[in-house]
Design a protein around this ligand. Structure first.
Ligand code: SF4
Ligand code: SF4
Length: 232
């Protein structure tokens, strides 16, 4: 079932003229790597948490952002905003369809935080897509706190599906994919701060009014264009 499911996901992504990744993670391993508010949310969405934690999985889906979208970051952002929204819609649709297939819970690509950040972000996020994707073998967390994949660097958007079904798991990526080249940190000092998520959100909110979307992507672009991940 796991291979059929992955083939189906990749095919669905390719029919939309995009490229994608899919893997399956052990739910317990994902859970153990979440922060406390997310652990509480995962407990709530599991049908039987104790059983699901023993048997369950997280299906991780990634869609690569097209190059023209990445190029438009900090150059008007128009294509990035359009593709960001389109890719999120596709991820949400696929996550819902997978959830129906595996009797699971779809965790969409984005969350609607509104104007209040605080603890709302962590509660609504339910789980970290990067943690799921790491455990599902899609890539590893880079210094920009985004997933770095072998195929597309950080230019990947993610969604996840939590299921109690016992699917075959993929292994964690053994290779070190983030080169530690600091290109992402050079473009954004915020990443050096302990509470970088809050500061990042403030920057995104300011730009949001102008662009009509909660986007930034500067650290993604810096990694995609100048990061040393390609040479590893
Ligand atoms: S998304 Fe923007 S503000 Fe947030 S860490 Fe990356 S470059 Fe900085
Ligand atoms: S820019 Fe370099 S340090 Fe930053 S995530 Fe990419 S590979 Fe890692």
């Amino acid at each position: 079932m796991q291979d059929e499911l992955k083939d189906w996901v990749i095919n669905e992504i390719e029919t939309r003229e995009l490229k994608g990744l899919c893997g399956v993670a052990d739910l317990r391993k994902v859970y153990n790597n979440l922060i406390k508010p997310q652990k509480e949310e995962v407990k709530k969405v599991c049908s039987d948490f104790a059983i699901d934690l023993d048997n369950g999985c997280v299906v991780s889906i990634g869609i690569a952002l097209p190059e023209h979208a990445i190029e438009s970051i900090d150059r008007g952002w128009k294509d990035y905003v359009e593709e960001y929204k389109r890719v999120n819609e596709i991820l949400n649709q696929l996550a819902s369809e997978i959830a129906a297939k595996v009797n699971g819970y779809a965790v969409g690509a984005t969350i609607n935080i509104g104007k209040n950040f605080d603890s709302v972000y962590y509660r609504l996020a339910i789980l970290s897509h990067v943690t799921s994707a790491e455990q599902a073998g899609l890539g590893m967390r880079g210094k920009n706190n985004l997933l770095v994949t072998k195929e597309y660097g950080s230019a990947v958007r993610l969604a996840s599906v939590i299921t109690g079904k016992n699917l075959k798991r993929d292994g964690v990526f053994e290779e070190y994919l983030c080169a530690g080249c600091y290109e992402c940190l050079k473009i954004c000092q915020t990443l050096n701060k302990k509470n970088y998520v809050e500061d990042c959100w403030e920057i995104i909110k300011l730009r949001s009014e102008q662009l009509g979307a909660d986007v930034c992507g500067l650290c993604l672009k810096a990694c995609y264009e100048n990061g040393k991940w390609r040479r590893l």
